[in-house]
Write a protein that binds this ligand. Structure first.
Ligand SMILES: [Zn+2]
Length: 243
């Protein structure tokens, strides 16, 4: 009986339509959509530096925010498809690992150069305001980070940051307005403070988000972390918008 129930559940899952094209087919994404999504991938072994208010950080992105990737992120966020965070996080993990390998010199890994203790950076997803997260049911950056950490082996600090202010959606605003919008929106969460106190040499943090546009959000977070003297190893995002 239990097996039958399981089978019918699996059939239901397998026959649910592809979230991007609505054709019934394979689990989660049909082959066509997988291919189209893969076409959005940019292979880039070296991370590009991005400038925030005072510092530069290496940014790793999986693809360009357009076409199928833009549709997949919209589907994930606005059409209640949290399962899409898995393949996106996995792709980003592969890109990040590839980049680490290409930056290894001899037997010394980048993480060891960045951080002499040799410990891996803690992954901090960009937080959502709790009201908004309750409304959506999940924080997409956190779900992507879970998948990213599963595939990289990096430790996740899901509540490492807090969004203390509900802000307007960034895509509605000009670059200057975006900066003002998020300037005071973030704080360091109690888990990050607590974890850092427990370590003699706490590792740097790696910020993770779904989209990087003008860098206003990341800049606001970097400012908070810098003020608390928490080093930032880099930024990883699924999609970078070309504006
Ligand atoms: Zn499809």
């Amino acid at each position: 009986m239990a097996l039958q129930t399981l089978n019918s559940f699996l059939n239901l899952f397998l026959s649910s339509p592809c979230p991007l094209c609505q054709r019934t087919g394979q689990p989660l994404l049909c082959q066509d959509c997988q291919q189209q999504l893969q076409d959005c991938h940019q292979s880039h072994p070296s991370a590009q530096p991005v400038q925030t208010h005072r510092s530069q950080f290496p940014l790793t992105h999986w693809g360009i925010y357009a076409g199928s990737l833009k549709r997949a992120i919209a589907q994930l966020k606005y059409h209640n498809t949290p399962a899409l965070a898995d393949p996106l996080g996995k792709g980003l993990a592969k890109a990040w690992l590839q980049q680490q390998q290409s930056q290894e010199t001899g037997s010394q890994k980048l993480s060891q150069r960045l951080f002499p203790g040799g410990s891996q950076p803690w992954v901090l997803p960009v937080p959502m305001h709790l009201d908004k997260q309750r409304q959506r049911g999940f924080n997409q950056a956190e779900l992507i980070a879970r998948s990213f950490c599963r595939h990289t082996g990096l430790p996740l600090l899901a509540q490492g940051l807090q969004r203390t202010q509900a802000t307007q959606a960034q895509f509605e605003l000009s670059p200057a307005e975006r900066q003002r919008n998020v300037a005071q929106a973030f704080a360091i969460g109690p888990t990050l403070h607590q974890k850092r106190r427990q370590k003699r040499n706490p590792p740097p943090v790696l910020l993770l988000d779904d989209i990087y546009t003008t860098g206003a959000t990341i800049g606001a977070i970097a400012q908070v972390l810098t003020a608390a003297q928490i080093p930032i190893a880099g930024i990883v995002v699924v999609a970078q918008a070309m504006e």
